[in-house]
Design a binder for this molecule. Sequence first.
Ligand code: ASP
Length: 346
Amino acid sequence: MLDFNANVLLIYTGGTIGMIEDPDSGILKPFDFNHLKAYVPELSRLKFNIDSIAFEHPVDSSDIGPDDWKKLVQIIEEHYEKYDGFVILHGTDTMSYSASVLSFMLENLTKPVILTGSQLPIGKMRTDGRENLITALEIAVDKDSDGNAIVPEVCIFFQNLLMRGNRTTKVNADNFSAFNSFNYPILAEAGTHIKYEHYLIHRPIKNAVPQFHYDLDPNVTILKIFPGISDNCIKAIFTNPHLKGVIVETFGAGNSPAHPSFLSVIEEAIKKGIVIVNVTQCASGAVEQGRYQGGKALKNIGVLSGYDITTEAAVTKLMFLFGHGFTPEKVKEQMQLSIAGEMTKS
Ligand code: ASP
């Protein structure tokens, strides 16, 4: 049900969607966001109010990071009461990381926060941005018959699909259908109507007040293993004295080389208090550390299973948990729980 008195706040961070092509050089550069309506005249026909805020210096999403995430949380907190929902325009390259971390930083959301973007700039004839933007705005203000937001969580809307943000991965650099949510079903599909799968959508805890978190600790990293990876390369990562957590991207159901020199580096790191989480390199499916020898060996030395979490959600969750100043033990405990619907424990 569309609420015609609704207010939505559109936040522009950067990315292709807000670019125009320089006629001389052909290079994409950000356009003046105040002129958005000139490129998307349909916006004036939407029957609810849209206000917008643009980052002072819009960024290609390859440059996005903790400071920008904090800025987004701050904008949302400052405007939370006034708006029914929020749409964030963001570059696609790292949108899944931003959606994941925001799902942790915005606790007990009662309003939608929808990230979208496009593969072609909004000024281009065949742009996918117009459709993505208009439907994202509609989702941000959609209410049920009791007047509650239909999707009170952080999502990505892209090419007709609404996905839980912390379950997404960018899967295609060219196609309009750039994102997938392999381990959690689609929350809604936009066709002639927007068809919501209500039972899959996260509901806020009754009477819980939204909490806005700002602290992130970037002293975490990702180690993607491959056949033939040398012990020296692995050791080099663990020489960083500030390192607190590592996502190890393993093969299949969570398997790694089982030879002692590899395992001893990992074991030593765990003994030093570094939290190590096992996430599969496969797009879909889950880690099951007991299934094969390689995975079992990791479990035995204290590596945690990431179950079916994405790398994007796992690494930002570590930043979030260490940002709270939690001890490694507390971080380990929280990494084994789903705190924002980011994983399914088998
Ligand atoms: N490089 C761009 C970005 O992520 C790509 C895009 O927006 O799709 O900011």
